[in-house]
Write a protein that binds this ligand. Structure first.
Ligand code: AMP
Ligand code: GLY
Length: 427
């Protein structure tokens, strides 16, 4: 099969690697790709907000299946354009991708189909939002409804913070632009978070390993929220019985609800859950694999990832086995540029990747570029270093041993990835 992977980050590098391993993959293209992906695939520049250009490329290159990494092309309607032209693609349509693209929409779906989540109200009017806050004191969560690169949710521990957050979004400053013109204000949920990944077609789905992300920039969950500084899988908190509850109370009602709404969901349904005293509740839906979680859940999948995505795109899971409880563990440590998620410098020379991978770890590119033969940093998250082992401790050892060996000026990374998971394993 000729395969096209859309995207250019660490997640897409992991998708490309998994697909490249498949005996069914005869040609692999990545657009736009990155220097890591270029070692296994032909990379072609493209705009991820231009569905026509992506479909033209798939036609020219006689692509049999296109796999979409990030949410931006999905929300822009890449799947709709491919379907219009009869091209096979794995991902949700623009309407279905609103499960991630609009929190007002996703919360309405949860309410209508009885999916457990935080109580909430949506607002477009500043005075109405302020009046609601008067009746609902902190702690409370204020969220921009649209896409905000993972930074649009403000957990407010004081009433002042909450007022400031709605003022910032709905007032003149409009700090999240259009994305913050509708605001969701919701109940603060207490508990531990985990990520669940379902590969879906209509009402059918296959689960990948559960994972736990580390969103804050610094150790002990300090500092600002980032796209994710590290993760591990499977998440020990996601036991068999919790997983059953997630299936019955979250995934199945969501997929059935989307069918009833006439927006059947095909693609990755990534559910961020809060494990509360009363059971799992949805924090958010995403319409794609997590980054950096993809980099650990795909290598744990004990089958052919290309076969899985192909089956999902075609709607036939008859030959695919559920993989929610893998036999190994995986961990990823993100190497970032000092200053991320704020301002940071780029164009720093990178060395030590071959040395790092000697212990079996895999170094995935997230924000790099080539200057001739020299590899340079080019982003906030520069690499993800993945370790795999029989248990979480071994996976973390391999990842951290390799993380030390990759060198670039400005490198920083968290030293406590997996700490909570290890504590749970030893209880
Ligand atoms: P979101 O963009 O909705 O995923 O939110 C980002 C982060 O904010 C989540 O990963 C949680 O850590 C936190 N968060 C969001 N909503 C809530 C909530 N209702 N209660 C507690 N924490 C939340
Ligand atoms: N790692 C969080 C995300 O991909 O949204």
């Amino acid at each position: 099969m000729n395969i096209l992977v859309l995207g250019s980050g660490g997640r897409e590098h992991s998708i490309a690697l998994a697909v490249h391993k498949s005996p069914q993959c005869s040609k692999l293209l990545c657009a736009p790709g990155n220097p890591g992906m270029a070692t296994i695939a032909k990379c072609i520049p493209i705009s991820l907000t231009d569905p026509q250009a992506m479909a033209n490329l798939a036609e020219q290159e006689q692509i049999d299946l296109t796999i979409v990494g990030p949410e931006i092309p999905l929300v822009a309607g890449v799947v709709d354009e491919f379907q219009k032209r009869g091209l096979l693609i794995f991902g949700p349509t623009a309407k279905a991708a609103a499960l991630e693209g609009s929190k007002a929409f996703s919360k309405a779906i949860m309410k209508r189909y009885g999916v457990p989540t935080a109580a909430f109200e949506s607002f477009t009017d500043l005075d109405a939002a302020k009046a609601y806050l008067k009746e609902h004191p902190a702690p409370i969560v204020v969220k921009a409804s649209g896409l905000a690169a993972g930074k649009g949710a403000i957990v407010c521990l004081s009433d002042e913070e909450a007022h400031q957050a709605v003022e910032d979004m709905l007032g003149e400053a409009a700090v999240f632009g259009e994305s913050g013109k509708t605001v969701v204000i919701e109940e603060f949920m207490e508990g531990e978070e985990a990520s669940i990944f379902a590969i879906c077609h209509g009402k059918d789905y296959i689960l990948l390993a559960s994972a736990q992300d580390h969103k804050r920039a610094f150790d002990n969950d300090q500092g600002p929220n980032t796209g994710g500084m590290g993760a591990y899988a499977p998440a020990p908190i996601v036991t068999d019985s919790l997983l059953e509850k997630v299936k019955k109370t979250i995934i199945e009602p969501t997929l059935n609800g989307m069918i009833q709404e006439n927006i059947p969901y095909t693609g990755v349904l990534y559910v961020g859950i809060m494990v509360t005293k009363t059971g799992p509740r949805v924090v958010e839906y995403n319409c794609r694999l997590g980054d950096p979680e993809s980099q650990i859940v795909l290598p744990l999948y004990e089958g052919d990832v290309l076969e899985l995505f192909d089956a999902a795109a075609k709607g036939d899971f008859s030959k695919i086995k559920d993989q929610a409880l893998p036999s190994k563990s995986a961990a990823i440590v993100v190497l970032a540029s000092k200053g991320y998620p704020g301002e940071y410098e780029t164009h720093k020379k990178v060395t030590g990747i071959d040395e790092a991978e000697k212990n079996g770890a895999q170094v995935l590119h997230a924000g790099t570029q080539l200057d001739g033969d020299t590899l340079l940093t080019a982003g906030g998250r520069v690499f993800g270093v993945v370790g795999i082992g029989d248990d979480l401790a071994k996976a973390l050892d391999q990842a951290y041993d390799a993380a030390e060996k990759v060198q670039f000026e400005t490198k920083f990374y968290r030293r406590d990835i997996g700490k909570k998971g290890l504590q749970k394993c030893s209880n």
